[in-house]
Design a binder for this molecule. Structure first.
Ligand code: IMP
Length: 180
């Protein structure tokens, strides 16, 4: 029987310092744009939990939080576009200024589904902050108002992003070797 090789962390794509600097910039932009109408931050679990914690502390407004958990059906590193809600929001979105916080937009199908789902709940506004957007991959036009970084279409891990449940804790974004 051949030995199964576990994927390993490859080159660092975005360092912890670069992440911190960009998150501070995003927080400042959001603080400016949402002055007088503090947003409800909706984090998409599990990937967004690290960004949520950092971003919220860079927003100088009385933000509130809620979380949704979603899972895409299908292969581990390719998005099928079919989304299952594992945990729905606790709060009512009626009249709220909702800012969805996403870890990464690849095909965009997960976010597209989420936005359709949330928009019918009557929010006063609905915008998106995605930490990473993979260039040239979107299969659908998406209104992403705040983007941390555009990256090439390669699988990455760290800063909340996993492969088979691993690597979410890494303080940087790195390529994954041996998975594709
Ligand atoms: P989309 O529906 O194709 O945009 O995929 C979005 C979801 O797929 C993200 O919320 C992640 O959970 C996952 N995903 C896409 N690309 C990556 C990656 O490079 N690393 C880790 N997870 C990813």
């Amino acid at each position: 029987m051949g030995q199964v090789m576990e994927p390993t962390v490859g080159d660092v794509v975005i360092t912890a310092d670069q992440i911190a600097a960009r998150v501070a910039e995003l927080g400042a932009e959001i603080t400016h744009d949402y002055a007088g109408r503090p947003p409800l931050l909706v984090g998409v679990l599990k990937g967004a939990f690290v960004l949520m914690a950092d971003l919220a502390r860079e927003i100088a407004l009385p933000v509130t939080f809620d979380f949704m958990a979603v899972a895409s059906y299908g292969a581990a590193t390719a998005s099928s576009g079919v989304v299952r809600i594992l945990k729905d929001l606790d709060v009512d979105l009626e009249g709220r200024h909702v800012l969805v916080v996403e870890d990464i937009v690849d095909s965009g199908l997960t976010l597209h589904y989420l936005l359709r789902n949330l928009s019918v709940r009557g929010p006063a506004s609905l915008e998106v902050c995605a930490f990473l957007v993979k260039d040239g991959q979107q299969r659908i036009e998406l209104p992403v108002n705040y983007v941390g970084f555009h990256i090439p279409p390669r699988f990455v891990v760290g800063y909340g992003l996993d492969h088979a449940g691993r690597f979410r804790h890494l303080p940087y974004i790195a390529h994954l070797d041996g998975a594709e």
